[in-house]
Design a protein around this ligand. Structure first.
Ligand code: CAA
Length: 690
């Protein structure tokens, strides 16, 4: 008997039930209890077979990741799985929910696996920068062959019960899981225990081509490639040697910077969605949502809301605009079907819940509205006036503004406690980040509803206070400014982009500008020219490019030339000429920047801006910034975000780098007091992740 495991009896069948909420992670206590359960059932002559299942919402969801930094504590999971496998009585895993990582490996150690039809099984370890370390790389290929094993282990993606059965991973699918498993146990009780230890056959599998594909898809991440190489050893080593090889690889990967960053990302992603501002607040019920605006953002938000099961009313100014918006939503849904991400029935169900309107009539039954119209204060004010008149007094009103303080256009709304910002990222039906913007008056339950909506959409909400650009775009502003200073001081756009990509961004700053288009930024700069602080260095490079009519990919030219469409990006000598000309005009003697220095400088300015944001309490914790950058701005997950990387470099080092950036452009940068404070004693930002 233990706190985390019970054994009951059904005739000669012992039923071992793990109960370790919330997800039955197999930490030390569970391992010890299972270890003892093997001893007990082996010693009991009256037991002929053992069924292993879990209480609560899921089968074992993996090793306890929280132990990784301290452990391993005995008994080790690989030894436990071997011990189950070597039991003389058949062990049958009865799986519901998700059997992941060490959970599936425990099930692979069992002699049979029976799955609930809704169960999912997978080996997601590569997403944590490690590989399956309890036999998964050696036992899975023995059951399902090279192709399926490589796919599951290197992608980390789980498969459903049906697919698991078809590939030979599951012996049965059972609607009445536990009774069926107990009956099955009686059937196989007297039979010899099946072992699957023999060498599996490679068949016609092309290992070299498969490895090339894994390297390409990994985009700089180490663990998928190491996992591939370890799976391959299953085909040329006896099981015990393969397992030893796997153990070595697991222990090495666990200590890499990438794995530490990915574990940080795992816990941060869950923690940011529970800020102290919503502690104890109950989210409101949400079934009907109005989305104002059918442009790219509005239709993306509508698509995500339909996917979340809501009824959505899209409101546009006239019939043609509405038709275009609705067409965009159907296009998004059809694309998801074409990519195999959803079935036709789901697609039809979603589109049946989409309504359209060109006025604000009949919004009585709606719980919430999200405005996603043109980024202009007057236009937004008009929308909120209409929403306030048409919607119930308690309905939540959200703005998707990406820069503007929502209170500047919602002042006339009765009940300011129901107003918040929900800043989605384009394309909104795909990108996983939502900045949940709190005004000084937003009520906690309204904020909590914003977070719940994000979660229902499969996204992660991050709390932001109010400032120009909120967390993400404000940091982007500082980053873009520093990147242009680098051009004047000696680098070229393609050098900067290459350096940032090699560091781990999906795109460098200039290719990103070209993709997004340069026009809106130019218009904003012209509008704000009169209020610009003359003490801050102003680079004219972007303006000079726009003056040529070069607005990025859409016009075939921007920072780069695109002679044959977006895929034909090539360095543009004319842009280099503009850069050299601007440097000459400012009397700058250009110098060479190494890729490392480019990264260090552009990293330091992001950390500095984030430290300002933290000091102003616009962001609650450093990890909120990390998640914003990872989910919204293409920072590789295995970097763990800029604040995590600041701790890797040392905050003292980042402070020195920032000082050097600031010295090169006197008056243009303020060093954040928080960075000064932490850097002085090399204290990590991580200490503020309470
Ligand atoms: N270890 C420790 N804690 C875990 C955990 C794990 N393996 N999996 C989930 N949790 C925690 C979460 O941090 C969260 O904690 P808080 O409530 O304190 O935030 C709680 O369990 C619930 O998790 P979710 O919010 O994610 O719940 P969900 O219902 O949305 O998802 C899940 C459930 C699908 C199991 C999801 O939690 C998940 O994917 N977990 C990770 C699975 C995984 O990566 N397993 C492999 C572990 S590594 C391994 O097993 C190594 C090996 O080979 C030996």
């Amino acid at each position: 008997m233990s706190d985390v495991l019970t054994i009951t009896r059904d005739g000669p069948v012992a039923h071992v039930i793990v109960d370790n909420p919330p997800v039955n992670a197999v930490g030390q206590a569970v391992r010890q209890a299972l270890w003892d359960a093997v001893a007990e059932t082996e010693a009991d002559d009256a037991v002929t077979a053992v069924v292993l299942s879990c209480a609560g919402r899921t089968f074992i969801a993996g090793a306890d990741i929280r132990e990784f930094d301290a452990g391993p504590f005995e008994p080790w999971l690989p030894d436990l799985v071997n011990r189950i496998h070597e039991a003389t009585k058949p062990w049958i895993a009865a799986i519901h929910g998700t059997a992941l990582g060490g959970g599936l490996e425990t099930a692979l150690g069992c002699h049979y696996r029976i799955l609930d039809p809704r169960a999912k099984v997978g080996l997601p370890e590569v997403a944590l920068g490690i590989l399956p370390g309890a036999g998964g790389t050696q036992r899975l290929p023995r059951l399902v062959g090279p192709e399926a094993a490589v796919r599951m282990i290197t992608s980390g993606k789980p498969v459903g019960a049906k697919a698991a059965h078809a590939m030979g991973l599951a012996d049965r699918i059972a609607e009445n899981l536990i009774p069926d498993a107990l009956r099955f146990a009686q059937e196989v009780a007297g039979e010899p225990v099946p072992y699957t230890d023999e060498q599996p056959a490679t068949g016609s599998f092309d290992w070299d081509a498969a490895r090339d594909g894994v390297v390409r898809a990994a985009k700089g991440q180490i663990s998928p490639v190491r996992a591939f190489d370890t799976v391959r050893r299953a085909f040329d080593l006896p099981l015990t040697e393969g397992l030893a090889e796997e153990r070595r690889a697991f222990l090495e990967l666990k200590e890499t910077g990438q794995s530490k960053a990915l574990r940080h990302a795992f816990f941060a992603e869950r923690a940011v969605a529970k800020p102290s501002a919503i502690a104890g607040a109950a989210p409101r019920a949400l079934t009907r949502l109005a989305v104002v605006g059918g442009g790219l953002m509005g239709s993306g938000i509508a698509t995500a809301a339909l996917r979340a099961g809501l009824t959505v009313r899209m409101i546009e100014r006239d019939t043609p605009a509405l038709a275009t918006g609705e067409g965009r939503v159907s296009g998004n849904v059809e694309a998801a079907v074409a990519r195999g991400l959803m079935d036709n029935a789901t697609a039809q169900d979603m589109l049946a819940r989409l309504e359209g309107a060109t006025d604000y009539e009949d919004l009585d039954g709606f719980d919430m509205a999200i405005e996603a119209v043109f980024e202009d204060v007057e236009v937004k004010r008009g929308v909120f006036d209409q929403l306030a008149r048409a919607m119930p007094r308690e309905a939540i009103l959200a703005s998707n503004t990406s820069y503007i303080d929502p209170t500047t256009f919602t002042g006339a709304v009765p009940g300011p406690e129901r107003v918040l910002g929900l800043h989605f990222f384009s394309p909104a039906h795909i990108m996983r980040l939502v900045e949940v913007v709190q005004t000084p008056e937003t009520a906690p339950d309204v904020l909590a509803t914003g977070f719940t909506l994000a979660k229902r959409m499969g996204k992660v909400g991050v709390l932001s206070g109010i400032c120009h650009g909120f967390i993400g775009n404000r940091i982007l502003g500082a980053y873009g400014r520093a990147a242009h200073y680098l051009l004047e001081d000696g680098a070229l756009p393609w050098e900067v982009d290459d350096a940032m990509r090699s560091w781990g961004l999906s795109m460098g700053p200039f290719e990103m500008y070209d993709m997004a288009g340069l026009q809106i930024g130019w218009a904003t700069r012209k509008r704000l020219a009169a209020t610009r602080d003359p003490a801050i260095r102003y680079s004219r490079i972007a303006d000079r490019i726009c003056e040529q009519g070069w607005f990025g990919q859409k016009t075939g030219r921007g920072y780069y030339a695109y002679p044959n469409g977006p895929k034909s990006k090539s360095p543009a000598p004319e842009v280099e000429e503009i850069i050299l000309d601007e440097a000459r005009a400012r009397g700058i003697t250009r110098r060479r920047f190494s890729p490392e220095e480019i990264v260090e400088r552009l990293h330091a300015v992001q950390v500095n801006e984030a430290a300002h944001i933290l000091g102003e309490e616009v962001a609650e914790r450093p990890m909120d910034v990390d998640i914003v950058k990872m989910l919204g701005y293409g920072h590789a997950r295995w970097l763990g975000g800029p604040m995590f990387q600041a701790d890797v470099a040392g905050t003292g080092t980042v402070l020195d780098r920032m000082r050097s950036v600031a010295n090169d452009s006197p008056g243009s940068w303020k060093i954040a007091p928080l960075l000064e404070e932490l850097g002085a004693t090399d204290t990590p930002f991580g200490t503020l992740n309470r």
